[in-house]
Design a protein around this ligand. Structure first.
Ligand code: HPA
Length: 273
């Protein structure tokens, strides 16, 4: 795997992906952020050696390199999910390629179900922490010191510094922002009422099917991480409505504008540090 990561990074570097400072992974229904990028390099995932092959439903995998407000960014539009059959190593692969190319900070977005009933569908949630209940994680197996240390610390997985910055930006722009714990489930089915009740009881505020493998790989790689969920459906175990994926995508699309604003300002702030 390490050789494939290096080959992939070398390929991208040769294609002009030079010194990206910030990596961005965009979630379901949240791809329009790419309109903010002054694009220098654009590749579909199937053109990049080592990137896992796309599944049928996953046709929009695009990697962009360019600048946002003068800051160099490497953006993944479309990600690999566990429920598609990828291993956690495969899901983490692009993040490790980012690390090899020099990315220091990773921004992630996703769509998630809202289990905290004080909040509303359409709200944004800054992830403060996560609970991994996927079977395994991307660090299982031999450790490669070029990627990171054997026992990475997870006490500040979602950088407190960067969270403070996001909260300041949200306050200045009058953007409603919740903060809480993201639990990751395997999917692709949504949760039963009993499962939502369980996930809430163990400390989850939101639940989704992504993000955690990438965050673990990013922390292992020494990156700072910020992740924001768009809360697309209300998961009240005592009054659970049937959820439809088109509605989830629609709600994500509606909140995308503010999420994009937050990410853009944050990128500008990080670039000016
Ligand atoms: N559960 C899991 N993943 C999700 C949900 C949910 O309710 N909503 C959006 N992604």
């Amino acid at each position: 795997m390490i050789e494939e990561i290096k080959d992939s990074a070398a390929f991208l570097s040769q294609r002009g992906v030079k010194n990206p400072k910030i990596g961005v992974v965009l979630g379901t229904g949240l791809g329009n952020f790419t309109t903010k990028v002054n694009i220098d390099v654009e590749l579909s995932y199937d053109q990049i050696p080592g990137f896992p092959e796309a599944t049928v439903e996953f046709h929009k995998g695009r990697l962009l390199f360019g600048t946002i407000r003068g800051v160099s960014v490497m953006v993944m539009q479309g990600r690999y999910h566990f429920y598609e059959g990828y291993t956690q190593e495969q899901i983490a692969f692009p993040v490790r390629v980012m690390k090899m190319l020099g990315v220091e900070t990773l921004l992630i977005s996703n769509a998630a179900g809202c289990m905290n009933l004080n909040w509303n569908k359409g709200d944004l949630m800054l992830i403060s922490d996560h609970i991994n209940i996927l079977p395994g994680n991307p660090l299982i197996g031999p450790n490669h010191v070029e990627l990171g240390i054997r026992f990475p610390d997870m006490s500040d997985a979602y950088s407190r510094d960067l969270r403070d910055k996001v909260k300041r930006i949200a306050a200045n722009k009058n953007i409603r922002l919740q903060e809480g714990v993201y639990a990751v489930a395997q999917g692709p089915m949504l949760e039963t009422p009993a499962e939502y009740r369980y996930l809430k009881r163990i400390g989850g505020d939101a639940v989704g099917m992504s993000t955690v493998p990438e965050v673990i790989a990013a922390k292992h790689a020494g990156m700072k991480v910020v992740a924001i969920s768009v809360l697309t459906d209300e998961c009240d175990p005592d009054d659970l409505k049937a959820i439809n994926i088109d509605e989830i995508i629609e709600i994500a699309g509606k909140s995308e504008k503010v999420l994009t604003e937050l990410f853009e300002e944050l990128i500008k702030d990080i670039g000016n540090e």
